[in-house]
Design a protein around this ligand. Sequence first.
Ligand SMILES: NC(=O)NCCC[C@H](N)C(=O)O
Length: 516
Amino acid sequence: MWFFDIALYINQPPRSELFNEIKFIFMSFKNVENKVNVTSEIGTLRRLLIHSPDSGLGKVVPSKAQDWLFEDIVHLDTIRRKEYDFYVKILLYFLDPEKIKGKLAEIDAEASRRAFYKPDNPNFHNSDKVIEIQVLLSDILKDKETKLQLVASVCSLENCTYELQAELMALPEIKLAKVLISGSIDDERMIFPPIPNFIFTRDIGITINNHILMNKAAKQARTRESVLTKYIFFNHPIFADYKKNIIEISDNAHHFLLPYNEIENQKVTLEGGDVMVVSEDHLVIGCSERTSLFACNQVIKTLFKKKVVKKVTVVKIPKKRDYMHLDTVVTQVKRNMWIMLGSLGRMAETNKIPVADVIVELQNIKEEEKTKIIQFKIENPQQPVYFEYLEDLLEDISKNDLGCTEEVKFIYSGNNKFPYDTREQWTDSCNLVCIKEGVVLGYDRNEKTLEVLKENGFSAIEAHELVAKMESGEIDPEKLSNTVVLMPSAELSRARGGFHCMSMPILRDNLTPALS
Ligand SMILES: NC(=O)NCCC[C@H](N)C(=O)O
């Protein structure tokens, strides 16, 4: 079998002439229930995994907020009632309207005490389209063997005593699922840390066509999420037909023989926010703070060997907290429209603050911060193609993978004007999720970016207004187009992720051919 190492290529200068293989996508618009299939970032969303803020978010203390990857402590009731619940409502109107349409007044009545939104409550919506991961966890815990294995794994990870392990084993599954996620028993007793980032389900795994690539968390604060999801993917009936299609990546062979100080540099880590299925044949991976070059290398080899995709592009972005995953700097809005941070693309030069004398070392650091883009093809991985700018890659995807004939447009965070570009990227201006092509959810606070979206033909509607109008019938979700839904964000944005991060699509419609 051929062997190649992307590290050999990533540091080479980009070639100017790009080789574009023209290929249009003609795919069916057929959906089958309980199917796992995602072939784009923008096809109509049919099923996804989400996780509503659990009580663990309300246990983040200031001294641990940064370690647990939150920028601040959040107010639990506000984040649920005034923010995340709107996300659930909107997803249900689009994906599973029977659950909500005509019932909103009762669902949101004070007397209902949010039962519809609580996964451990008998009146929980329990949608099989908008799938709450805590429900999947409690489902698999009904099996004694799985329960035994999972409790042992978590207890080993969290260094629990044998006595605590026995106590957890004795809990009924619905309660146990809650404890394994929140880290607390009866909401009172903290037994291990919360996993507040579990709301960012994008990062736990990625559906690539009919395969699922599992993550390998880079941060200790997210390792329990990986353990829980591994058991879910391998044991829950909704993934039963796809067991052979679950892809795990592993540490490099004999990594344990390396001295500790070298292990750090050779880590294999991958988080879903770095992985985008942009077409049936093409996967884009960010090599970032969270996803290592070694992981990219392994993913490419595995996907090519299994023939899951034909093309993988690695986008190396600066390893910075600000841009922890690729989807914090770029997401797709329509087949010919992308939203991105200008400083990582062609616009990098335009809003730089002038520096009089830049010393050579600093220049080198700047060089390291440049985005590098390299594309591997299954038929000849040893001859990769380089793209100079992110826009070049995105334009190539729109035109050559998705068959776009119109002009490809780039919406820049904060209109690419300092300081709004960086401020708004920090609060996820570039992290939008498509419910269907051209209908996206994003935070309400990124005003400058929104202005540019509006200039490019988008209307904006506040989440509460959209919900009211879908309930009254004034707006038909099927007919909505070119719209950005402005989601309340005061608390959620402190967790440093947007709606792209808060969604793990498992089924999207395939894109229909582009109209020419
Ligand atoms: N895909 C994403 O960008 N996810 C956001 C993750 C935010 C979370 N606080 C983290 O730092 O991991």
